[in-house]
Design a protein around this ligand. Structure first.
Ligand SMILES: *[C@@H]1O[C@H](CO)[C@@H](O)[C@H](O)[C@H]1NC(C)=O
Ligand SMILES: *[C@@H]1O[C@H](CO)[C@@H](O)[C@H](O)[C@H]1NC(C)=O
Ligand SMILES: *[C@@H]1O[C@H](CO)[C@@H](O)[C@H](O)[C@H]1NC(C)=O
Ligand SMILES: *[C@@H]1O[C@H](CO)[C@@H](O)[C@H](O)[C@H]1NC(C)=O
Ligand SMILES: *[C@@H]1O[C@H](CO)[C@@H](O)[C@H](O)[C@H]1NC(C)=O
Ligand SMILES: *[C@@H]1O[C@H](CO)[C@@H](O)[C@H](O)[C@H]1NC(C)=O
Ligand SMILES: *[C@@H]1O[C@H](CO)[C@@H](O)[C@H](O)[C@H]1NC(C)=O
Ligand SMILES: *[C@@H]1O[C@H](CO)[C@@H](O)[C@H](O)[C@H]1NC(C)=O
Ligand SMILES: *[C@@H]1O[C@H](CO)[C@@H](O)[C@H](O)[C@H]1NC(C)=O
Ligand SMILES: *[C@@H]1O[C@H](CO)[C@@H](O)[C@H](O)[C@H]1NC(C)=O
Ligand SMILES: *[C@@H]1O[C@H](CO)[C@@H](O)[C@H](O)[C@H]1NC(C)=O
Ligand SMILES: *[C@@H]1O[C@H](CO)[C@@H](O)[C@H](O)[C@H]1NC(C)=O
Length: 501
């Protein structure tokens, strides 16, 4: 008893934890980083200068300038360029004597059609920021051994980065692609388990599918998202989880992968969890609805833990005997559709007064061991007058204990409330409940009364024959003067003298 309540408490705590842990972005980030042993540190900033630092914009002036960061290491200098376009790009960089001794670059407000990543001049940079301009494409591939740690391409209205552009940046830890118009995320080099920060906030056109593959897959691909709670991605019709082109918060995409870890499993069994739909209510965060399929895995009891937002559970073809969790386990509170066909369930009494019965849309307990149906449990109560009719119940294949009441009342109730009422059987009579005839089933009380009638009838017949015999004797006596048998053999009774007089 004690251990049972303890287990229940544990289950509650696990559910709550699962709920809380992913309900909020901060926790998501914490668990993402803690789970991998990566420190929760913030991403490094790329070398960055405000526009007020830009060189004066006079004709003839170099649009780029050198910035000495430290006199101790003259090889590690920085360059800031402003307002370059395709004509001034080359001349601007060369008037600052780029790339000699330059390790850090910030190019502001560049107007270019294509940024060529293959060029040798980017080969020694530790930090490259090309921000707040207008660049349509990034083409080519950064060269092998490029030591870049931080790459900022924020706010450029980029529409395309070639898939393999960044794959050789084996030291990159911070990539800022925020506020662009990308639809595809280029392949990221996340090898060697290093920390990787990606900022795609404001780039709302990115397909969620491209991002999903980097969320909590194998350790190699694990990345952190900067400004995660401000990041959304686009869900396409072709991505089966979301049946609409919608902007999905990254948090929800992250939950897709969490879902697989929350999906119930045991030593020898594993349920399948999937998204049924994304509920989008204007002005609210979209929420996901989860389907859990635990059918045919030899369960003997309902799973203790379910993912959050589980609205449909299929535990058909198992050996489940009781439905207690459905009414007591908080993990089950969102369930609207419950399928437990082909199990060993013998009673629905435990569902009485449960929250499940207040909310359910479908309850299917076909081919179980249910023998009696307390109809009041499944009858709509006062609260859901409107809903009552939309609730579906299936009980076909169960063998009820049938009696007169079954034939008279339950039959009618089944026909009005149960979807497959014509498949509900009797265990004691070889008939379907809907075929029961009250006149046949209700014979037990009739039996006894009939017996009385037989006695009365016999008595009446006896009385009539007695009267007839006496009348006959009297007639014979009057006409022939003797008494027929047996009256003549009868001894004289004391009262006989009354007749003789
Ligand atoms: C990542 O996956 C591991 C197991 O694969 C899981 O324990 C952890 O909770 C997941 N974290 C996130 C944030 O998805
Ligand atoms: C990239 O540049 C933007 C300005 O457009 C700035 O806000 C952001 O902090 C920079 N990101 C990094 C990682 O330096
Ligand atoms: C680069 O640094 C070296 C010293 O390390 C110095 O001799 C050289 O002049 C510098 N070149 C430029 C262009 O600053
Ligand atoms: C950006 O550069 C263009 C020239 O390439 C210039 O006309 C424009 O004023 C610049 N914008 C800002 C905000 O400096
Ligand atoms: C990029 O630069 C490389 C090396 O300089 C060159 O071979 C290639 O043609 C350039 N690509 C584009 C698209 O300009
Ligand atoms: C991008 O590259 C990765 C691996 O380098 C590959 O798995 C992926 O399919 C590529 N995507 C596209 C769109 O080519
Ligand atoms: C990029 O997206 C912004 C809105 O996010 C839009 O105003 C702008 O026109 C887009 N630019 C291009 C080139 O598609
Ligand atoms: C996003 O998260 C940060 C903390 O990580 C918080 O300060 C901020 O208010 C959140 N923004 C939104 C829109 O929830
Ligand atoms: C997705 O939407 C299409 C058309 O809007 C519909 O035919 C299809 O049944 C939907 N699929 C799901 C899984 O809801
Ligand atoms: C439940 O699982 C069984 C066995 O896999 C399957 O036949 C049935 O269609 C499932 N029910 C629903 C509603 O998905
Ligand atoms: C149910 O349990 C019995 C024995 O306990 C076993 O023979 C049978 O295969 C099980 N059925 C299912 C569907 O797991
Ligand atoms: C389920 O019921 C069948 C038939 O009544 C029985 O053979 C089987 O042992 C039961 N399984 C369990 C796990 O109770």
């Amino acid at each position: 008893m004690y251990s049972a309540t303890k287990m229940q408490w544990l289950a509650v705590m696990m559910c709550l934890y699962a709920g809380v842990a992913s309900a909020r972005t901060e926790e998501d980030q914490a668990s993402a980083t803690n789970g991998n042993g990566i420190s929760g540190a913030l991403p490094e900033q790329c070398f960055y200068q405000l526009s007020s630092e830009c060189p004066p914009q006079d004709p003839g002036e170099c649009p780029c300038k050198r910035i000495i960061l430290s006199h101790d290491s003259p090889e590690a200098q920085a360059v800031l360029c402003c307002n370059l376009d395709s004509q001034t790009f080359e001349s601007g960089l060369s008037c600052a004597n780029f790339p000699a001794n330059v390790t850090y670059v910030h190019i502001r407000n560049a107007t270019l059609d294509t940024f060529n990543a293959s060029e040798v001049r980017w080969r020694r940079l530790k930090s490259l920021a090309i921000t707040d301009g207008k660049i349509n494409h990034v083409k080519g591939q950064f060269l092998m051994m490029t030591p870049t740690l931080c790459l900022n391409l924020s706010n450029n209205a980029l529409v395309e980065v070639e898939n393999n552009s960044f794959t050789r940046l084996a030291h990159l830890t911070t990539l800022d692609l925020s506020y662009n118009n990308l639809t595809h995320l280029p392949a990221l080099n996340t090898m060697n388990g290093r920390e990787f920060w990606l900022d795609i906030s404001g780039t709302n056109t990115l397909w969620c599918h491209d991002i999903y593959q980097y969320i909590n897959k194998t350790g190699e691909k694990q990345i952190n998202f900067n400004r995660e709670n401000e990041t959304v991605c686009s869900a396409s019709k072709t991505w089966h989880w979301f049946n609409a082109t919608e902007q999905v918060p990254l948090k929800q995409v992250r939950y897709l992968s969490l879902l697989q870890t929350e999906c119930p499993k045991g030593e020898a069994w594993q349920c399948q969890c999937n998204f049924r739909r994304l509920d989008i209510v204007k002005g609210k965060q979209p929420t996901l609805a989860v389907n859990v399929d635990c059918s045919g895995i030899q369960l003997t009891e309902l799973p203790e833990k379910l993912p959050r937002n589980t609205i449909a559970l299929n535990v058909s073809y198992n050996n489940i005997t009781v439905l207690d969790d459905l009414s007591t386990n908080p993990c089950y509170q969102d369930i609207r559709e419950f399928y437990a066909d082909y199990n060993n369930i013998s009673s629905i009494n435990k569902l009485e007064g449960s929250k499940f019965l207040d909310n359910y849309a479908l309850l299917s307990l076909r081919y179980n061991k249910i023998k009696s149906l307390p109809t009041y449990i499944l009858s709509p109560n006062a609260r859901d007058k409107n809903f009552g009719s939309s609730r579906l119940v299936k009980l076909g294949g169960n063998q009820l204990h049938c009696d007169c009441n079954t034939a008279k009342y339950l039959k009618v109730w089944l026909q009005t409330r149960i979807l497959d009422s014509d498949e509900v059987l009797c265990e004691n009579v070889k008939e379907k409940v809907v075929d029961l005839e009250p006149s046949k089933m209700c014979v037990y009380p009739g039996d006894w009364t009939d017996y009385i009638y037989y006695i009365i009838a016999t008595e009446v017949i006896l009385l009539i024959s007695l009267v007839a015999k006496v009348s006959y004797d009297y007639w014979v006596f009057k006409t022939a003067g003797y008494l027929p048998w047996p009256a003549n053999k009868m001894p004289k009774l004391p009262c006989d003298w009354l007749c003789e007089t």
